[in-house]
Design a protein around this ligand. Structure first.
Ligand code: AMP
Length: 300
């Protein structure tokens, strides 16, 4: 089975959601992405944690098929992010970001991971994402995720990075901010002109749009009767998407469309539980059943 290399943040998140607080639960962009990609094949995770990172989380990731030989354990505390959601869960505010050991993180890709053909650059400083690209050996497919912070403070590095990736994944607000264009179709065209073959714009509970050349694919999110915690849905989407592509070893249009569906399937599990609880327990049968629900949802 072809592995996927995933680099990015591993965190403790403190979440304030639905009138309840969840202190220091497992989070991080690379954590969510790895758990999602692991549904499709082995995952090689590269990131940093502090000495406070629990063995239970290490064991859970290993049991799900995540190779942690690229996990650095540094002196200090694990990256901590705290956020509060609005009552309708449609928006959130960052209350604090304690970079801790993540502040000095310089990704070191183990030799055994350098030739991995499918690489996900999870959301982190684009200068670090570029450092990963300088260490890997001609990957077949590179996906990069980003966030508004880097568009604001690392615009030049982000532009350099975008030129070197195959797929850029970002949300609607970030696509508008990065391109300076309000209309998403035109924003995607401008982002494609920067270099990536494919741009995916995530619209949260409104689904996702895939742009490649003149092709557009649009998929709704699965309508759910209960959402517990949207944290990590975007990372989960991207992780499942690249995990599926690595398994299929097929970058054709139909394969990319299926990858978007699998991304949305895993994101639907992610939001049903606090932290990684539901994502980490979803079974292959459940994933398959939701894939079929998407077929019914979009058939007419
Ligand atoms: P998402 O909900 O997909 O935007 O991702 C949420 C995850 O991103 C959380 O688990 C956080 O730990 C992580 N995160 C928040 N801020 C940052 C940051 N500045 N750099 C990297 N990861 C972050």
């Amino acid at each position: 089975m072809r592995p996927t290399l995933i680099v990015g943040s591993i965190a403790f998140d403190t979440l304030h959601i639905g009138g309840q607080s969840h202190p220091k639960v497992l989070g991080g962009a690379a954590t969510y992405a790895s758990l999602a990609a692991a549904h499709f094949g082995p995952v090689q995770l590269v990131g940093v944690v502090g000495r406070d990172f629990p063995q239970t989380a290490v064991s859970m990731l290993r049991e799900r098929g995540v190779d942690l030989s690229g996990l650095e354990v540094a002196d200090g505390e694990t990256f901590h992010w705290e956020g509060r959601y609005s009552d309708d869960l449609s928006s959130r505010e960052t209350l604090r970001t304690d970079l801790n050991v993540f502040a000095d993180f310089r990704p070191k890709i183990p030799t055994a991971f350098r030739a991995t053909p499918f690489v996900m650059l999870g959301n982190m400083d684009p200068t670090l994402q570029l450092e990963v690209l300088d260490q890997v050996e001609r990957p077949r497919f590179v996906l990069a995720d980003t966030m508004n912070l880097w568009i604001d403070i690392r615009h030049a590095a982000l532009t350099d990075l975008i030129k070197r990736v195959d797929m850029l994944v970002l949300n609607d607000e970030e696509a508008r901010q990065l391109s300076g264009v309000q209309n998403l179709v035109r924003a995607a065209a401008d982002l494609l002109a920067l270099g990536p073959k494919t741009v995916i714009i995530k619209k949260g509970e409104h689904g996702a749009l895939l742009f490649q050349g003149d092709e557009v694919f649009s998929l709704p999110a699965l309508p759910l009767s209960g959402v517990a915690d949207p944290t990590g849905a975007g990372d989960t989407f991207a992780g499942a998407l690249i995990g599926y592509l690595a398994r299929a070893n097929d970058l054709s249009g139909p394969s990319l469309r299926k990858a978007v569906v699998y991304g949305s399937v895993l994101a639907s599990f992610c939001v049903e539980g606090i932290s990684t609880q539901r994502l980490s327990t979803a079974t292959s049968a459940e994933v398959h059943a939701r894939f079929e629900r998407f077929r019914q949802l979009t058939a007419f």
